[in-house]
Write a protein of this length. Structure first.
Length: 244
């Protein structure tokens, strides 16, 4: 589904990541982890073009993604993004927010059909009854689920999650993880999840990429990560034993 080769990324002359390589299989829940400031969000932004990589190659479904993307690209029609802040527009209802990608990419799409699709996605995240509410009327967890419905509305092949549990209490974060897993298994959509939340990683990760010191420290299955002898990996998954 996604392959990254020798990617270097940063901001201006500030190099955050160097020579990053990995691949993600179709339908996989892939988690990028590491300590704060290690470059997790920088990696995601480089892949989707929010902050294009300095060098390296990104392949999506075997096609190379060249940044900046050409105007006729279909890339953004085939991916979804769930931002850390949810990024719902406060002037629009929840239903209108979910419809936004359809309206942007297919301006001539029939309004009724767009509404039907938006309502279907809202039902999938248990928010259909709140479709006429504005974001400021929703709780933090409801905003995250609304942002997930918007990310799903175009039936993407892959969804990029940027710290999806940020700002949530433990119970809401757990329920959100369970919803993520349920929809992943139901829809077979590939997940690229940026997070440092240990409980969430243990609940949902199938494959993990750990970043440290601008490099890939570990890449493998979650089970392999738990059995790793690399000190920083062991410390990350056993903070009670090794301390922070």
């Amino acid at each position: 589904m996604l392959k990254v080769e020798n990617l270097t990324a940063g901001y201006g002359n500030n190099i955050i990541l160097e020579d990053i390589s990995f691949s993600i299989e179709n339908g996989e829940r892939f988690v990028v982890l590491g300590e704060s400031g290690c470059g997790k969000s920088t990696l995601m932004k480089a892949i989707v073009g929010l902050n294009p990589p300095i060098s390296g190659n990104v392949f999506f479904k075997d096609n190379e993604i060249i940044h900046p993307l050409p105007e006729n690209t279909t890339f953004y029609k085939e991916i979804g993004i769930l931002y850390q802040s949810s990024a719902l527009m406060t002037s629009l209802t929840l239903e209108e927010n979910v419809m936004l990608p359809i309206n942007m990419h297919y301006p001539d799409f029939p309004l009724k059909n767009a509404k039907d699709i938006a309502c279907e996605k809202l039902a999938m995240v248990n928010l259909y009854q709140h479709r006429d509410k504005y974001p400021q009327e929703l709780s933090g967890g409801m905003k995250k689920r609304g942002a997930l419905a918007r990310a799903l509305v175009m039936d993407p092949d892959i969804i990029f999650f940027d710290e999806p549990q940020a700002g949530l209490d433990p119970v809401t974060a757990r329920d959100l993880d369970m919803l993520f897993i349920k929809l992943n298994e139901q829809l077979k959509t590939t997940y690229f999840i940026v997070t440092h939340e240990l409980l969430s990683i243990k609940r949902s990760a199938q494959k993990v990429l750990m970043l440290a010191d601008k490099k890939v420290l570990f890449f493998g299955t979650f089970e392999e990560a738990m059995q790793s002898d690399i000190y920083k990996v062991k410390r990350f998954f056993n903070v009670d034993k090794y301390g922070k």
